[in-house]
Each structure stands twice: as structure tokens, then as C-alpha cells.
Design a binder for this molecule. Structure first.
Ligand code: KIV
Ligand code: NA
Length: 272
């Protein structure tokens, strides 16, 4: 297998930064595979592609369908699939059963779940079942309704202590890496120095062992407001709007289809 394994990602602690992006579809996986180390099929797919208000709209079936698409479109990247809310929190047995379904039905390299101390039992059980787990601490999108909104973590002493506890719990439970989201920069940097597994930052710190962004945010395709931590490397909103505007004008003026896009009665060897 030429794919980057979870274990290879783990061994890159402290080395060249680990490049991660989300991917949800076959074409995007094809385009990103040459450039990244890791593709995350994030439960953000529920918001980004399906228009749900929060990630709670993701289901196991949705994650598996997108996981399959991303596996078909990639050959080299380590593919990690998010465990959706409601698929793992109840018990270790529930978590193992859901993780096994995701891996068996997609062939992905690892799963990711949200939580630290409170989910250590689930992480340990999935790892014991032979499935690599990526942790996710700090701002947890599956808990934003409970938390009363998107709140940056690590701004109070109590908060900082809880974050270190979560990072250590995830590491001790056997996770191969951990996403740190929406966390004060110095705290994310300190956690990175204190644990032996790679930290993957999003709205965290440039000192993390890797970085991740949501692909649609990164290419300027997100139509709703984007978070402060997003950098837009392209403006696909404008590209698509301009293309649609141009197409609409050409259809209305009967400029499209032109001679190149229709078929003559005699086959000329350029048929589709
Ligand atoms: O679902 C997602 O996109 C994520 C990343 C932002 C880490 O969990
Ligand atoms: Na997620």
C-alpha cells in the first residue's frame, strides 16, 4: 500500500509540518491527493455540502458515503473519517461498532472523534480493536449548542488546565494525533511541546505539528461567513458566479450551444 499510514503521521511529530485538508468528494480528493499528507472526511460535510446549521446533521451513513468517495479519489493520502455525533459517546462498545463500520465500509486509515478526558475510554477501546484514532480537543463543533456558541478555549486558567488534561488523556488513550481547534495560540503551542503525538491546528498555533482547514473555506467556496482562522487561498465563489452568469447569457442569446457542442449527421470522429 502506497498510502500514508496513521503510524507514519505519528512518527512525524516535531518534523516537517503535516499538511491536512478536509475532503468530501471524489474530484476534490483527486485534486488534493498530490499535495497533502492527510485528508479528513470531516463531519463539517453536514454544514458545508448539505446545508445543515451544525455538524449534528451528520449521520454514519453520510460519513461512510463521503468516505467512500474520498477513498476512490485518493491513492496516497492518509484518509481519516469523522465519527458523527451520536455514534460513539454512549459507550466503548458503541464507539467500536461505529468505528469498525466506518473502516470496513470505506477502507479509511483512521477515525476521528471529539473529546478528551470524557472520551478517553472510547478512544482506548477503538485503538484496542486495531483502528487508529485521531483525537479532537479545544473548540468542539459537536458541542457548540451545549456550550452556547463557538467559544475560543484557553482564555481562563480553569480552561487551560482542562485542555492540558484533555490532551494528555487523548495521548494516553493511544490516539496517533490530535486536532486542536479554536484554542489560544500559546496554549496550543504549549500542548504541542508537552505531548508526544502530533498536534494538528485549526485556529490554534503555527507551532502545531500540522495544520488543517476546511477545503471549501480554503478555496473561497463557502457562501456563509468564515471563521477568523480561515485563510482564503482562492476565490471560487466569484469563478463559479461568473461562469454561471456567462452561461446564462449565452443560453438566452442562443450563443450556446455553438457548432463545437452539437453533432452532425455524419460521424466525424470527434463524437463524445
Ligand atoms: O469536520 C471537520 O471539518 C473537522 C476539522 C475542521 C478538524 O473536524
Ligand atoms: Na469534525
Amino acid at each position: 500500500d502506497i498510502r500514508i499510514s496513521a503510524d507514519t503521521i505519528r512518527r512525524r511529530k516535531g518534523g516537517t509540518p503535516i499538511v491536512c485538508l478536509t475532503a468530501y468528494t471524489y474530484p476534490i480528493a483527486r485534486l488534493l491527493d498530490d499535495h497533502v499528507d492527510l485528508l479528513l472526511v470531516g463531519d463539517s460535510v453536514a454544514m458545508v455540502l448539505h446545508g445543515h446549521k451544525t455538524t449534528l446533521g451528520a449521520s454514519l451513513e453520510m460519513m461512510i458515503a463521503h468516505g467512500q468517495a474520498v477513498m476512490r479519489g485518493s491513492a496516497k493520502a492518509c484518509v481519516v473519517v469523522d465519527m458523527p455525533a451520536g455514534s460513539y459517546e454512549e459507550s466503548a462498545a458503541q464507539a467500536v461498532a461505529s468505528a469498525r463500520r466506518i473502516v470496513d465500509e470505506t477502507g479509511c486509515q483512521a477515525v476521528k472523534l471529539e473529546g478528551g478526558v470524557d472520551m478517553a475510554h472510547q478512544i482506548a477501546a477503538i485503538v484496542a480493536a486495531g483502528i487508529p484514532v485521531m483525537g479532537h480537543i479545544g473548540l468542539l463543533p459537536q458541542s457548540v449548542e451545549k456550550d452556547g456558541g463557538y467559544r475560543i478555549k484557553g482564555r481562563t486558567d480553569e480552561n487551560v488546565a482542562a485542555l492540558f488534561g484533555d490532551a494528555q488523556a487523548v495521548e494516553s488513550a493511544g490516539a496517533f494525533s490530535v486536532v486542536i481547534e479554536g484554542t489560544v495560540e500559546t496554549v496550543a503551542a504549549d500542548i504541542t511541546r508537552r505531548i508526544a503525538i502530533p498536534t494538528i491546528g485549526i485556529g490554534a498555533s503555527g507551532d502545531c505539528d500540522g495544520q488543517i482547514l476546511v477545503i471549501d473555506d480554503m478555496v473561497g467556496l463557502t457562501v456563509d461567513r468564515v471563521a477568523k482562522f480561515v485563510k482564503e487561498y482562492a476565490d471560487l465563489r466569484s469563478v463559479i458566479s461568473r461562469a454561471a452568469e456567462h452561461y446564462a447569457a449565452e443560453v438566452r442569446s442562443r450563443t450556446f450551444p455553438g457548432p463545437d457542442h452539437v453533432f452532425s449527421a455524419t460521424k466525424r470522429g470527434d463524437d463524445a
